[in-house]
Design a protein around this ligand. Structure first.
Ligand SMILES: Nc1ncnc2c1ncn2[C@@H]1O[C@H](COP(=O)(O)OP(=O)(O)OP(=O)(O)O)[C@@H](O)[C@H]1O
Ligand SMILES: [Mg+2]
Length: 363
């Protein structure tokens, strides 16, 4: 998938910008606060209908303005054109159109424009609670798997209802109905997560070895209570505890991914650069799987390329993503010379844009 042109109006600090992009590597360079990440975020809006940060649409609207509009012209890998327009107004909210037709549900768009993001904010995946890792996994699997997304929506709705019910004095029958609903969706979620992590694990190992030039080894394991016991049994056994806590204390909403380096927890024993390398390897694994499943090379956003990585690892990364297996790439960095030098060493072709105060100039 190639984004050929993008037009951005009133999105964060970008007033009005039109860019013609390269099908290979696009680099945005400029000072802190210039608007480099904002351009990547506008691209993210076109693919995922929301910001890559956990912020609301209203926060993405340029201060003092009434609406933003992002218009992207894409070419699929088989050369078919695609147009995606994402608009937001203070009064009317957000709309998304693909080839001129508005979606009834924004979630129907997910997966149509495959995308993978590597950002400094990813560290939350390692340092934060399991919820962050589940959110990551959910977004990733949902991009290629409608059944998973549907099961997830059903599971969350049933969970919310069951939790509400636990605060009252429900009948056994009533609880049993929700237990059965939860178990049915949990089954789909558990199996798909298990399959996905089994597929990811060797890829993450492979990419980590490339990035670190085989200095360290890593591990990735799925952990779920459902591994040993079906959810209906777990729910029945936890019923009294659930009443006391007034919420559901077991299920796939408690799953986790265990990340390790040299057999020790990555969060406690990995250096900052090792943690970052792990995250990059994870995202590259995601890229490979998305490409396989969608038959389309995803768009890759590398925000703040040098964040915590040494020159060698960045060069390894650029060498890798410059290869045939990868498609269009967007890179940001605040140091033009460092970026150009490293790209030159990796022998990669690229297009450079200078960003200042939300405006881009081609270099
Ligand atoms: N809703 C908004 N309206 C106007 N300006 C905004 C809005 N949201 C963010 N900004 C501005 O956007 C700028 C940040 O842009 P961005 O995060 O893209 O910078 P950057 O070039 O990636 O910088 P860095 O090198 O520090 O990562 C800030 O100056 C911020 O004030
Ligand atoms: Mg930035």
């Amino acid at each position: 998938m190639i984004l050929d042109n993008i037009s951005i109006i009133n999105f964060k600090n970008i007033g009005n910008e039109q860019l013609t992009l390269s099908a290979g590597i696009n680099c945005f360079v400029g000072d802190n606060g210039a608007g480099k990440t904002n351009i990547l975020d506008a691209i993210h809006y076109l693919a995922m209908a929301r910001s890559m940060h956990t912020i609301s649409d209203a926060q993405s609207l340029r201060h003092g303005e009434e609406s933003f509009i992002i218009d992207g012209r894409f070419s699929r890998d088989d050369a078919r054109p695609e147009q995606v327009v994402c608009a937001y107004t203070k009064r009317g909210g957000k709309t998304l159109k693909r080839n001129g037709k508005e979606y009834d549900k924004l979630s129907d768009h997910i997966g149509g424009i495959p995308i993978v993001v590597v950002s400094p904010a990813d560290t939350a995946l390692i340092s934060d609670s399991a919820e962050e890792r589940r959110r990551y996994l959910n977004r990733f699997i949902s991009q290629t798997d409608r059944t998973y997304l549907a099961a997830l929506i059903r599971y969350n709705a049933a969970l919310q209802e069951r939790n509400k019910l636990l605060k009252t004095s429900p009948s056994e029958e009533m609880l049993l109905i929700y237990d059965t609903m939860l178990a049915a969706s949990a089954d789909v979620i558990y199996n798909r997560r298990k399959e996905m992590i089994a597929r990811m694990q060797p890829l993450v190992e492979h990419y980590y070895a490339l990035l670190s030039e085989e200095r360290e080894t890593i591990g990735l394991v799925y952990r779920s209570e459902l591994e040993t016991t079906p959810l209906t049994e777990l729910l029945l056994a936890a019923r009294q505890r659930d009443f006391v806590n007034e919420h559901t204390t077991c299920g796939v909403h408690r799953d986790d991914m265990i990340l390790s380096i040299g057999d020790y927890p990555l969060r406690k024993f990995g250096s900052q650069g090792q943690q970052k390398s792990y995250l990059v390897a994870l995202k590259l694994a995601e890229y490979t799987i998305l490409a396989e499943k969608s038959g389309e090379r995803p768009i890759l956003l590398l925000d703040d390329l040098f964040d915590k990585l040494d020159m060698r690892r960045v060069a390894q990364l650029l060498k890798l993503v410059g290869s045939e297996d990868f498609g269009q790439i967007f890179i940001t960095d605040c140091n033009k010379h460092r970026l150009e030098r490293t790209l030159g060493e990796a022998g990669a072709e690229y297009q450079l844009f200078n960003i200042a105060q939300g405006c881009a100039t081609t270099l």
